[in-house]
Design a protein around this ligand. Structure first.
Ligand SMILES: Nc1nc2c(ncn2[C@@H]2O[C@H](COP(=O)(O)OP(=O)(O)OP(=O)(O)O)[C@@H](O)[C@H]2O)c(=O)[nH]1
Ligand SMILES: [Mg+2]
Length: 430
């Protein structure tokens, strides 16, 4: 066993490295490294120092120039670090080179995020999805470490001996498991599909709460629907979607789903793995995009969320522009500068401002959700025969009724109908 195992019972001491490149400014690099520190703390790591490196030309072996790399290693050693944690993505070769150079663990944001997801997975579905992402991540890294993602990675150096044959076996074993998980996830997806069909039959509109991690999505679901989703000041508190019914003031109701949060540079393997979960968001009738007013990077975070959603819709073959959405700026209780809101409304005129802490804006959000669901419908006249009274009941649940009169053996309704119900009611129009 290496000396690293002796330190197993103290929290891992991590030294962070951020890079500036032509496309990453100093300010952005700083914000990314702060976020990396939050991610590290979420996993219980002890952040003992950080360094910035300016990269003009990528050094294929280490990403960073070798002189700077030596400095970083020295600084990490001076802090008695157990690991060096990079904000930028390391190739398997770079990871191996850093580990040799520093004689300690080296890994990147993707691996850290995957480890967080692994530590947070509670349900079978989430566990399967995380395991899939882990295996896919570790496949190309097999040549240097089979257990690339296991926590206990000490003893790796000098422990050769596994040999080509073993490597090939390991690779096959992993590929087999990947295949198995994909099959299991297909079943999960099928049962989700069944659930969704069932919901469509009751024709309840669906809204999804989306946004950057830690913005307050679960808190909002809880306050809007009296759900009891766990809320934590940690990144990725929520991995599993929770759906609750939200009663509308007009008498209708909708299903509101809380989803996994987004983050910059989310490993693609995770998006891929969590597709089944995120489908809940990508085809909802309405998106409630929650942003954190107290975070200086909030607009970057919003752009990230939009980008991931766009990609998901594209992958699912859905048109991008048609999904109505409400922008919610939460945690306004934490904003010190009153001028902040002037600038904000100039850039994002229709924002609903909320605070789960003080209760501010929650009633407005209710109204905005209600409006959002009916906004794109027009006034329609329907004649519904008494034999099909269930359809009248459906309109009472789902539509805004403007006028209702009786004929012999039929009900006449003038109402504003959610667009998704238009085809269903086409035959009753007059
Ligand atoms: N001050 C303040 N804190 C809030 C507000 N809303 C949520 N929080 C806190 O922000 C933290 C994150 O809230 P969550 O509801 O877990 O956030 P989330 O978006 O679901 O986060 P993930 O599931 O990790 O993506 C918790 O500590 C909440 O108590 C708010 O309006 N004001
Ligand atoms: Mg949450």
């Amino acid at each position: 066993m290496s000396e690293l195992t002796d330190t197993a019972d103290r929290p891992e001491r991590a030294f962070l490295v951020a890079v500036q490149t032509d496309s990453i400014s100093k300010v952005e690099a700083e914000s990314l490294v702060n976020e990396l520190a939050s991610l590290a703390k979420t996993l219980g790591l002890n952040v003992v120092g950080q360094a910035f490196a300016r990269v003009r030309e990528r050094n294929p072996a280490l990403f960073i120039g070798s002189g700077k790399a030596d400095e970083i290693v020295a600084a990490a050693k001076a802090e008695d670090a157990d690991s060096i944690l990079f904000d930028h993505t390391l190739t398997p070769v770079q990871q191996r080179n850093w580990e040799k150079l520093a004689d300690m663990k080296a890994y990147d944001r993707s691996e850290l995020i995957i480890r967080i997801f692994a530590s947070r997975a509670r349900t079978k579905e989430a566990s399967l999805q995380v395991e899939l992402a882990q295996l896919q991540y570790s496949l190309p890294r097999l040549s240097h470490s089979y257990s690339a993602l296991s926590r206990q990675r000490g003893g790796r150096y000098g422990t050769k001996g596994s040999g080509e044959q073993k490597l090939e076996l390991d690779r096959r074993e992993i590929e087999r498991r990947i295949h198995e998980i994909k099959e299991e996830l297909k079943d999960v997806r099928r049962s989700r599909e069944v659930q969704r069909k069932r919901r469509e039959r009751v024709a309840m509109p669906r809204a999804a709460i989306v946004g950057y991690t830690n913005a307050g999505k679960s808190s909002l679901l809880n306050v809007l629907t009296k759900a009891e989703v766990e809320v934590e000041d940690k990144l990725f508190a929520t991995l599993d979607p929770t759906t609750r019914r939200l009663d509308l003031v007009s008498g209708g109701a909708l299903l509101l789903t809380d989803t996994v949060g987004f983050i910059r540079n989310l490993p693609h393997g995770l998006i891929e793995a969590f597709k089944a979960t995120l489908e809940e968001a990508s085809d909802a009738d309405l998106l409630v995009h929650v942003a954190d007013a107290s975070d200086p990077e909030v607009e970057h975070h919003m752009a990230t969320t939009d980008k991931v959603l766009r990609e998901l819709r594209e992958e699912n073959g859905l048109e991008e522009a048609v999904q109505p959405r409400i922008l919610v700026l939460n945690k306004i209780d934490l904003v010190q500068d009153p001028g902040f809101f002037d600038g904000w409304h100039e850039r994002h005129p229709d924002t609903v401002l909320t605070s789960v802490k003080s209760g501010a804006g929650i009633a407005e959000l209710h109204e905005a959700i209600e409006r959002g669901l009916t906004a794109r419908s027009a006034d329609r006249n329907f004649r519904i025969p008494d034999a099909e009274y269930a359809m009248v009941a459906l309109l009472h649940r789902e539509a805004n009724i403007i006028e209702e009169t009786r004929e012999e053996e039929a009900t006449l309704l003038r109402c504003r109908l959610p667009e998704r119900l238009e085809t269903k009611f086409e035959k009753y129009r007059y």
